[in-house]
Design a protein. Structure first.
Length: 279
């Protein structure tokens, strides 16, 4: 990673925004309550109750992806109303999303897929095609390569890393309830954040802190919104190793240097990003 504040004048000037929904989007959204027939039949709805499947009355709904990229590719619709960001959801709603992830991971494991990848895209720039807030779940028989490289044997590097960051403190945004939110020292783009449990926990889907971790990632988005306005972002869970959530706001575009060399040119030092998010 290279930090080059001089590249960009006032850094926020040209940053991508999270757009407002259009009327056409609101009129056609298949994820809004009342349009359950426009998705494949649901595989889970929360809270569990006596409601008929594929009818209104749900808070979080999981359906197969209509255009699957992988076997067992599912979508978790985060709310019955049309919201575009986790920022717009109440904590109880985020708890249900985490519960949906957990239950679908358990089902995937029962069906022979030890690994479930959960990710969120907010905004065009972050790759969202449908903008109603949702997460993508992908079942994998082998560990995702990027996650696997993070914990290939020996002592836990994330435990060491968190100890180092907490001793320094300049990139820590907040610590709460056994979790830390920090701006990664090697952030690939402005405000790249990490949410992780302070104590080593090897399975995110089994963790009692998963919902709080997701809520803390949503809080990071809220802090970013307060500081810089609504912005596109990617968020994902690395569930194994020492589980954590990675939040990558997509304020800038990766181009030839980043994609071809792996050297990410970041116009905002993570210490400055953390100070801004701390408020
Ligand atoms: Zn919608
Ligand atoms: Zn660890
Ligand atoms: Zn990771």
């Amino acid at each position: 990673m290279a930090v080059t504040p001089a590249r960009s004048g006032r850094p926020g000037a040209a940053w991508a925004e999270l757009e407002e929904p259009t009327q056409a989007e609101l009129d056609s959204c298949p994820f809004c309550e009342g349009r359950e027939s426009r998705t494949p039949p649901e595989v889970l709805a929360l809270p569990a109750g006596s409601r008929e499947p594929d009818t209104p009355g749900w808070s979080v709904r999981v359906v197969p992806n209509k255009f699957p990229a992988f076997e067992g590719h599912e979508v978790v619709v985060h709310a019955p109303t049309h919201v575009r960001s986790l920022v717009e959801l109440q904590p109880a709603q985020i708890t249900l999303i985490a519960e949906a992830w957990r239950r679908r991971a358990a089902t995937a494991r029962e069906e022979g897929f030890p690994h479930l990848f959960a990710g969120v895209n907010e905004g065009y720039r972050a790759g969202a095609s449908l903008h109603h807030s949702h997460s993508q779940l992908i079942r994998l028989r082998d560990e995702p390569p990027l996650q696997a490289t993070e914990h290939n044997g020996g002592a836990c590097r994330l435990c060491e890393y968190l100890a180092w960051e907490r001793a320094g403190g300049t990139r820590v945004v907040v610590e709460r309830d056994g979790l830390v939110l920090l701006c990664h020292y090697a952030g690939r783009a402005p405000y790249e954040c990490l949410v992780a449990p302070l104590e080593h926990e090897a399975d995110g889907f089994e963790s009692a802190l998963l919902a709080d971790g997701l809520a803390l990632a949503a809080e990071a988005l809220q802090r970013l919104r307060t500081a810089e306005g609504p912005r596109p972002a990617n968020l994902w869970l690395h569930a194994r190793g020492h589980w954590h959530l990675e939040l990558l706001p997509r304020l800038t575009t990766f181009a030839a240097i980043e994609l071809g060399t792996g050297h990410y040119v970041n116009s905002l030092p993570p210490e400055v990003a953390a100070a801004t998010l701390r408020g």
